[in-house]
Design a binder for this molecule. Structure first.
Ligand code: 5BU
Length: 273
C-alpha cells in the first residue's frame, strides 16, 4: 500500500489494520468522537492536572501525562483520571519514555508508586535498548484486564536530537516484530519532511502521534520546535498533541475546541478523495 493510499484512508478503515487492540480502540474512538486531539498539562500540581482534564474532556481523544512530575501524587489522581476517561470517552497515555533493559522496564511499568500499566492505555518507549524493552513491557501489558499499547519513539521534536533517518527506519523494523503491542510511533510534529518519511515506511495500521504542535510559536527556549496542526496532519500525523498551547491559555476548553476543529478539518481535507 502506498503512502498516498494510506493518507486517504479514514481512521475507521485503518482500525481494522491495527494488530494492537488498544490501537484499534483508539482509531475507532477518533472516528466516533471526531477528534484527533491529544493534550496534557505538564505541571507538578495534581489539582491543576485534574482541572485541565475536566476542562478538555469533551474535546480530546487522549490525555497525556507525566505522573513523575507531580509533587503530590496519590492513586486518587490516576483513579480520577480513569473515571473521567470513562465518562467522557478518551484514553490515557503516560509519556514515560522507557529506555532500559527488558527486566528493568518490567518493574518500572508494572510496579513502584505509579503502577503505570494498571491505568494507562498507552505508554511509550525508546528503541535504543533493542527489542528486549518491548518484550519486557509486553509481559506486563498482557496481564492487564484491558488492552495496552506502546508508541515507539521513532523521532523527537527537540532541536539537535539524535534520532536520524536510519534510527527511525530501525525503530520501524523493531515495531514490525511486535505489532501486537506497538500501536504506533512518536513522530516529530514540527518536521513535515521527517513525518512524511515515517508515514511512508510505517505499516498502515500504525498510528503516528505527533507532539510539537502549536499555533503562533516556533519553539521554546529549551529546544522545543512547533508546527501547525494543518502541516502535521497533512504530512502524516494521526494525532496532534498540543500541550502548553492549551494548558497555558486563558480558556483551556475553548482553546482545545479550536485545536480540535483545526485538527479534524485537516484530517477531513487529507482523506478527501
Ligand atoms: P508542549 O507544551 O506542547 O511543548 O508539550 C509537548 C509534550 O510532548 C511534552 O509533554 C513532551 O514531554 C512531549 N514530547 C515532545 O514534546 N517531543 C517529543 O519528541 C516527545 C514528547 Br517523544
Amino acid at each position: 500500500m502506498t503512502v498516498e493510499v494510506v493518507l486517504k484512508m479514514s481512521y475507521g478503515e485503518r482500525a481494522v489494520l491495527s494488530n494492537n487492540s488498544a490501537g484499534q480502540k483508539l482509531l475507532q474512538l477518533m472516528e466516533e468522537k471526531k477528534t484527533n486531539l491529544s493534550t496534557g498539562c505538564d505541571t507538578s500540581n495534581s489539582k491543576e492536572l485534574l482541572s485541565m482534564a475536566r476542562n478538555v474532556a469533551e474535546e480530546i481523544v487522549i490525555f497525556k501525562t507525566h505522573m513523575d512530575m507531580l509533587d503530590d501524587f496519590t492513586e486518587n489522581v490516576t483513579g480520577e483520571l480513569k473515571d473521567l476517561s470513562r465518562q467522557h470517552n478518551f484514553m490515557l497515555f503516560e509519556d514515560r519514555k522507557f529506555a532500559d533493559i527488558g527486566f528493568t522496564v518490567k518493574l518500572q511499568y508494572g510496579k513502584g508508586i505509579y503502577k503505570i500499566a494498571q491505568w494507562a492505555d498507552f505508554t511509550n518507549a525508546h528503541s535504543v535498548p533493542g527489542k528486549g524493552i518491548l518484550q519486557g513491557l509486553f509481559e506486563v501489558a498482557k496481564e492487564m484486564p484491558e488492552p495496552r499499547g506502546c508508541f515507539l519513539l521513532a523521532q523527537m521534536t527537540a532541536e539537535g536530537n539524535l534520532a536520524n533517518k536510519d534510527y527511525t527506519k530501525k525503530t520501524v523494523e523493531m515495531a514490525n516484530e511486535m505489532p501486537e503491542f506497538v500501536c504506533g510511533f512518536i513522530g516529530a510534529g514540527s518536521n513535515a519532511e521527517r513525518l512524511r518519511e515515517l508515514r511512508t515506511i510505517s505499516a498502515p495500521g500504525t498510528i503516528i502521534f505527533a507532539p510539537g504542535v502549536q499555533i503562533g510559536k516556533e519553539g521554546d527556549a529549551l529546544g522545543q520546535k512547533y508546527a501547525t496542526p494543518e502541516s502535521a496532519i497533512a504530512a502524516g500525523a494521526d494525532i496532534i498533541h498540543v500541550g502548553r498551547g492549551i494548558s497555558n491559555s486563558d480558556n483551556q476548553k475553548e482553546t482545545a475546541k479550536k485545536y480540535r476543529e483545526l485538527g479534524w478539518k485537516s484530517y477531513q481535507q487529507r482523506i478527501k478523495k
